[in-house]
Design a protein. Structure first.
Length: 315
C-alpha cells in the first residue's frame, strides 16, 4: 500500500532550515526539541539519506537537504496559508508579513506608508527587506515583492499596479556648460551615468513621438547598482542619467534637475506586486497587498493608472 508523505516531518524540517536550529524551531512551534529531532530522524530513515549535518556547535544542510529545502519550505507555507485561508473570514489580519522592495523605492515610497499601515492593521508585523537585486521569493521565505521591471515568465503571481515613466535628467548647471541634447545621438558627446539594473543597462533605447527609434551606448565615469547613488552626481552637474519618474519628480519640481529630450521616450517599466505561486494567501498578506496597491496606483508618477481592481496574473 502506498504511504502518504510525512507532511508534518517535512514542515518541521522546513522550520529547522528557516531558524537554523532545532531548539528555535521547537520554541516557535511550541514543541519539545526531542519531538522535532525525532521527526527529522524519522524523515531521514524514510528517504534513506541524511538531510542535515549535526555537530554540537553547528547545523548545516547536506546536498540532499539543499535540494529538499525549497520544496519543504513551500509545503510549510502552503499549509500555513491553507489554515489561514480557512479562517480568514472570521479573523482580523495578523502576524508576520515578509516584504521585499528595491532599495530606493522602498525608502522613498514603502517606508512612508508604514505608519498608516500599522494604524489600519495593528496586529500585522512587517519584515521589510530592501535590495535592488531580484531576490528568490520562495527560497527566501518572502510573502510579497515589489518589482519595477518587465517581469520574466515564471510561476510567480503578479498584480500590476501601474506603468512607470523613465526620464533623462541633469542639473541646470550641467546644461549651461555642456548644452542640452536634442537627439539620442547627441548623448555620445555627454557624460552619461549608468544604473546596473536597467532592463538593458548597456544600451539606452529611445522612441520619438513621430515613431523614430534610436539606441545609444552611454559612456561615463560611473555605474551604480542603486539609483540613489546617482543623485549626488546629478545635483553636482557631473552628468546625465535615466531615472524612473518617482525618483526625480521632487527634484524636477524644485528646479534642481531638468528633464530633457521630452519628445523622446524610453520603454515604460511596470510596477508589480509579486507573490509566490500559491493561490492561497493568509489574510495578513492579502491586506498588505491591497493596502500597497491602493496607495501606489494613486501616485502622481503612476502612468496609465490602473484604478480598477484587476485580478492577478501568473508570470
Amino acid at each position: 500500500m502506498r504511504r502518504l508523505p510525512d507532511l508534518e516531518a517535512w514542515a518541521l524540517f522546513a522550520k529547522v532550515v528557516e531558524t537554523r536550529s532545532f531548539a528555535r524551531a521547537a520554541d516557535e512551534l511550541g514543541l519539545s526539541k526531542p519531538t522535532v529531532s525525532k521527526a527529522i530522524a524519522r524523515l531521514e530513515v524514510r528517504i534513506g539519506t541524511a538531510l542535515l549535518n549535526r555537530t554540537s556547535r553547528r547545523l548545516s544542510l547536506t546536498e540532499a537537504g539543499h535540494r529538499a529545502a525549497t520544496i519543504a519550505g513551500r509545503i510549510l507555507a502552503e499549509g500555513e496559508a491553507l489554515e489561514a485561508e480557512a479562517t480568514a473570514q472570521a479573523t482580523v489580519p495578523s502576524g508576520l508579513v515578509r516584504l521585499t522592495a528595491p532599495m530606493s523605492f522602498g525608502v522613498a515610497h514603502v517606508a512612508p506608508l508604514l505608519p498608516e499601515l500599522f494604524e489600519v492593521y495593528p496586529d500585522i508585523l512587517i519584515d521589510l527587506h530592501l535590495a535592488d537585486e531580484v531576490v528568490d521569493l520562495v527560497g527566501g521565505g518572502f510573502d510579497i515583492a515589489i518589482r519595477i521591471s518587465a517581469l520574466p515568465d515564471s510561476a510567480l503571481r503578479a498584480r500590476r499596479v501601474c506603468r512607470v515613466r523613465r526620464v533623462l535628467v541633469g542639473a541646470p548647471g550641467y546644461f549651461e556648460r555642456q548644452g542640452r541634447p536634442e537627439h539620442p545621438r547627441d548623448l555620445e558627446q555627454h557624460v552619461c551615468l549608468g544604473y546596473a539594473y536597467l532592463p538593458s543597462s548597456n544600451r539606452w533605447q529611445f522612441r520619438h513621438i513621430r515613431g523614430e527609434e534610436y539606441d545609444v551606448m552611454p559612456g561615463g565615469p560611473l555605474r551604480v547598482n542603486n539609483a540613489d547613488a546617482l543623485r549626488p552626481m546629478l545635483l553636482a552637474g557631473r552628468g546625465l542619467a535615466v531615472q524612473p519618474e518617482f525618483m526625480v519628480a521632487e527634484d524636477i519640481a524644485a528646479g534642481r534637475l531638468e528633464a530633457v529630450m521630452t519628445d523622446w521616450s524610453m520603454p515604460l517599466i511596470t510596477l508589480n506586486i509579486v507573490t509566490p505561486p500559491s493561490s492561497l494567501r493568509p489574510a495578513r498578506v492579502i491586506a498588505v497587498i491591497d493596502f500597497l496597491w491602493r496607495h501606489f496606483a494613486q501616485e502622481a508618477w503612476a502612468a496609465e493608472q490602473n484604478l480598477q481592481n484587476i485580478s492577478d496574473d501568473t508570470h
